[in-house]
Design a protein around this ligand. Structure first.
Ligand SMILES: Cc1cc2nc3c(=O)[nH]c(=O)nc-3n(C[C@H](O)[C@H](O)[C@H](O)COP(=O)(O)OP(=O)(O)OC[C@H]3O[C@@H](n4cnc5c(N)ncnc54)[C@H](O)[C@@H]3O)c2cc1C
Length: 291
């Protein structure tokens, strides 16, 4: 299918990108790696009059980590960069894993974490591990900058709290607490390339045998990536036992609201939520014990 006609700009500064976005109006879209937006344009689902590429903006692709400041990922950092970054592999293995297993090598070499989040698919694979680890995103517009906790970012399939004219510039993930661990699990009909049919992220913080804090985030089983709040509540403040984790996993399945589609039917998805949540909690717990 042919792409519709559009103007294409590659500004070198964020200020120019923001002015262009405002000047060109509702039909203007920014593009990072293009692996979502170009597919939508090719299938005629999106007809922008203007595309503003972000890749030439200097410094926007940086990844910075320090134990004190945490992790900051620039909006044009590629998924492949995240998947192989030594600090991310060491301190945020659940996030590195999500970036390693999604899509294929070509897509990971083009696509970005920011694009994955801004595209706001219910199945966006970076969302569960990042939400579990309390990530926040920074967006900037002509009126200024704001920081948004990722668990308040998504409002519907393809919809976020960002306004037209705003650009996400970075994603921040706090430094992992002592005795904390995180995990990400996914399932798809075919391994690789295929979008996840169900995915789950978990983060736990231990105080001796007690789970001081738990976060469970589910993907592809609701209109937005969702926290399983009741399941989190079952574990928080309790001694860690396999029976309790099984109950929490079953509760997470109860809280999920999947639909049936080409990737899986709703019943199967609910069952898989329990399986993946259990596995994610167990791995997060193991990692917390090691720290
Ligand atoms: C073959 C294939 C397989 C895939 N497999 C997976 C998979 O397994 N799991 C998965 O989660 N996804 C998958 N995807 C989807 C896609 O690759 C990812 O969502 C990717 O991370 C998108 O990043 P991008 O930089 O290419 O986004 P783009 O296509 O550039 O942008 C996506 C959307 O976000 C907006 N946007 C991008 N950056 C910004 C910004 N900084 N500020 C504001 N808005 C912005 C754009 O305007 C657009 O609406 C796949 C895609 C393909 C083609």
């Amino acid at each position: 299918m042919r792409l519709p006609k559009f103007e294409h700009f590659e500004p070198k500064t964020l200020e120019t990108a923001l002015s262009m976005l405002s000047e060109k109006g509702e039909g203007a879209y920014v593009m990072a790696g293009g692996t979502d937006i170009v597919v939508k344009m090719t299938h005629g689902r999106l007809k922008p009059n203007t595309i503003i590429g972000l890749q030439r903006i200097e410094g926007l692709n940086e990844i910075r980590f320090s134990a004190k400041e945490g992790l900051t990922i620039g909006a044009t950092a590629r998924l492949a960069q995240v998947a192989s970054h030594p600090d991310i592999l060491k301190h945020y293995p659940a996030f590195a894993y999500a970036a390693q297993v999604m899509a294929n090598v070509q897509v990971r070499n083009m696509g970005t974490v920011a694009g994955n989040l801004c595209n706001a698919a219910p199945s966006a694979e970076n969302a569960p591990p990042l939400m579990a680890m309390k990530a926040e995103v920074t967006v900037v517009g002509l009126k200024g900058e704001r920081r948004i906790p990722l668990d308040q970012f998504f409002i519907g399939p393809g919809l976020t709290v960002m306004e037209h004219g705003e650009i996400m510039i970075s994603i921040f993930v706090p430094s992992p607490e002592p005795k904390s661990g995180a995990s990400y699990k996914r399932i798809s009909a075919r391994c690789g390339v295929d979008i996840a049919a169900v995915c789950a992220g978990a983060m736990v913080v231990l105080d001796g045998k007690v789970c001081k804090e738990a976060r469970i985030v589910l993907g592809a089983v609701a209109p937005v990536p969702m926290r399983a709040i009741k399941a989190e509540g079952l574990i928080t403040g309790q001694e860690w036992t396999h029976e309790l984790i099984e109950k929490a996993a079953a509760q997470a399945a109860e809280e999920s609201k999947p639909i049936s589609d080409v990737r899986a039917n709703a019943d199967y998805r609910k069952k898989m939520v329990a399986v993946l949540t259990l596995r994610a909690l167990e791995e997060a717990h193991e990692r917390a014990m090691e720290r």
